[in-house]
Design a protein around this ligand. Structure first.
Ligand code: 5GP
Length: 144
């Protein structure tokens, strides 16, 4: 059952942390990495992960690591709010395949919501244009 999977160091986010896979970075410290989702549900959809915690989901991260991660989520979401001026911001986190989780390295989604615009459903978005992702990322970075 995917809620109890062992951590797989070959998952896509582990590769991004190691630099084996590219990403459009927003923010990075020794502990935290925030980057743009390549299949965004809306403009500005981004992800925040803990770099050292080998946690597949919310149930196998330490309280200290979760504190660092959730503090970073608040910081990045505030920058999304300030830079993109959405009408709302959805923070999402999925545990287990049955709940919709597809990458088994704990992560939080930050999804700005714009009234009147379509919000793609989870897992249904096509790949974003890399240049457009970078333009949006640059706006968010300036608010950090
Ligand atoms: P989950 O379904 O596990 O909650 O979320 C995984 C997220 O990772 C999805 O929103 C998906 O679009 C995103 N994603 C999957 N592969 C990659 C990738 O290679 N790079 C980036 N930046 N995002 C990815």
């Amino acid at each position: 059952m995917s809620l109890n999977l062992p951590y797989d160091p070959e998952n896509i986010f582990a590769k991004i942390i190691r630099g084996d896979m590219p990403c459009t970075k927003l923010f990075e410290t020794d502990e935290i990495l925030a980057f743009m989702d390549v299949f965004p549900q809306t403009q500005g959809h981004c992800l925040v992960i803990h770099k050292q915690a080998t946690a597949t989901n919310l149930f196998n991260i330490s309280a200290d690591e979760l504190f660092a991660l959730s503090t970073a989520v608040q910081k990045i979401a505030a920058a999304v709010k300030a830079s993109l001026n959405p009408d709302g911001i959805r923070i999402a986190q999925f545990n287990g395949e049955a709940a919709g989780q597809t990458v088994f390295h704990l992560h939080f989604h930050i999804i700005p919501i714009y009234q009147g615009n379509t919000t793609k459903s989870h897992g249904s978005g096509g790949p974003a244009d890399t240049d457009e992702l970078e333009i949006t990322a640059q706006k968010i970075r300036t608010a950090l």
